[in-house]
Design a protein around this ligand. Structure first.
Ligand code: PLP
Length: 440
């Protein structure tokens, strides 16, 4: 049959057709079972087929599925905005709903620039970012992304936003020890700001834990304090891209809580609708909104489907489900257990070079030689092979950008739904072990 669905990443490849999902498992139409240890793309945070979410969708669909945001608001959108403000740190009291993580980071960028314009400062237009980062696929979001592979085709259309190294301790660009490094890679931001001029820069954006382009790269203690101080000193807003880390993924509502920092703007997505509906958001603090509220009173962004009641009802139901079942509180315990099991695997499989991350966002980096940390040659396409092998073994794991910047090795993310149980983690590890045995 001629295939017309263009959205599949590898055109012409045979993708299994999923029939249904239940909890952490997906089942294809030939009856094969997959343990979803990647939550899709770190999205299905509460697993598949949750009755409470399905009921909320049905209820909202019966009332109204769509109203246009410049004409109406809805109960679902208002309650969701209120709930998010209550559950997040600081004064992130303003919520701008969109439909994808890319739209959320791009909206965050636009709000940051608008903030300065409304204050009468029109030179602050640049948004700085880090290499080995991913903030989305639309042009503004891609401009901010330090993902060389995804940028390559569109370079002439992109602004040159990535400027500093990531806090990639496993392969520290300065060859320093994380415990005693003086956060040189964070201090770089200060140098770059001096070169460009603070009066040109609206904001700095970073993923608290780098996901898709590095495999849960987690900064050392104190890193974000330095970043935040540099931003504040230079009147530069700090945007936390929590599209992957937000909504409990790392064991806190926002990953920024782990380092006790309050971002000026936050981008949310993925786990917000947990895969049941497309929804994302830019959360904005009171101090960022103040000049906009006193000025134009309009945020110059938005999409036709922004804040549609159907998606808002889903996200609200997801938050209520997380709260009612105390799911975020349990993440830490599950994380400790998962890491312990992964470390045992590491004893048997020398190609596991590094295990890192927080909560249920764990990265594994693979190396040819553990002592030397030598990456496998790119031509081997190790990540793709491992992922395929795992899928054959009924296990889904997530690729995390091998060879970005030409420095990192192959890495994958293990990020099951937060609702995974301890026996299910054992099953995940069993399938991972079989995958690694077949690979070695
Ligand atoms: N920001 C981060 C940190 C992401 O991981 C992603 C997607 O992987 C995005 C933004 C873009 O989100 P979306 O794919 O929903 O546009």
């Amino acid at each position: 049959m001629h295939q017309t669905n263009l959205i599949k990443p590898l055109l012409g490849a045979n993708y299994p057709v999923i029939d249904y999902g239940k909890g952490i498992y997906l089942y294809d139409n030939e009856g094969k079972e997959y343990l979803d240890a990647s939550s899709g793309a770190i999205t299905a945070n509460i697993g598949h087929g949750v009755k409470e979410i399905i009921d909320a969708m049905l209820e909202q669909a019966k009332r109204v599925s769509f109203v246009y945001r410049s004409q109406f608001t809805s109960d679902a959108a208002e309650k969701l905005a209120q709930k998010i403000a209550e559950l997040t740190i600081g004064d992130l009291n303003w919520c701008f709903f969109v439909n994808s993580g890319s739209e959320a980071t791009e909206t965050a960028m636009k709000i940051a620039i608008q903030h300065w314009q409304e204050k009468g400062i029109h030179t602050k237009q640049k948004v700085l970012s880090r290499w080995m980062s991913y903030h989305g696929i639309t042009l503004g979001a891609l401009s901010m992304s330090g993902h060389t592979g995804r940028r390559a085709r569109f370079i002439p259309l992109l602004e040159d936003f990535p400027v500093i190294h990531p806090p990639y301790c496993y392969r520290c660009p300065y060859n320093l020890e994380a415990s005693n490094c003086g956060h040189v890679c964070a201090q770089e931001l200060d140098t770059v700001i001096k070169r460009i001029g603070a009066n040109q820069i609206a904001a700095f954006i970073a993923e608290p834990i780098i996901g898709a382009s590095g495999g849960a790269i987690t900064p050392p203690k104190g890193y974000y304090k330095v970043i935040k101080e540099i931003c504040e000193k230079n009147d530069i807003l700090f945007i936390a891209d929590e599209v992957m880390t937000g909504f409990g993924r790392t064991g806190a509502m926002l990953a920024c809580e782990h380092w006790d920092i309050e971002p000026d703007i936050v981008a949310l997505g993925k786990g917000m609708g947990a895969g049941y509906a497309p929804i994302a958001a830019a959360l904005v603090s009171e101090r960022v909104m103040k000049p906009i509220l006193a000025g134009s009173k309009i945020v110059m962004s938005g999409h036709t489907l922004s804040a549609n009641p159907q998606s808002c009802a889903v996200a609200l139901a997801v938050l209520e489900y997380l709260e009612k079942n105390e799911i975020i509180k349990e993440v830490d315990k599950k994380s400790v257990y998962l890491i312990e099991k992964l470390e045992k695997l590491q004893d048997n499989f020398p190609f596991i070079g590094d295990i890192r991350g927080k909560g249920l966002m764990i990265g594994l980096e693979f190396v040819k030689d553990r002592e030397e940390k030598t990456p496998f040659p790119r031509e081997l396409q190790l990540t793709q092979k491992l992922i395929q092998l795992a899928q054959n073994c009924g296990l889904l794991i997530y690729p995390a950008g091998a060879g970005i910047d030409g420095i990192n090795g192959d890495s994958v993310l293990i990020a099951p739904p937060l609702t995974i149980t301890i026996p299910e983690i054992d099953e995940l590890i069993k399938r991972l072990q079989v995958t690694f045995q077949l690979f070695s």
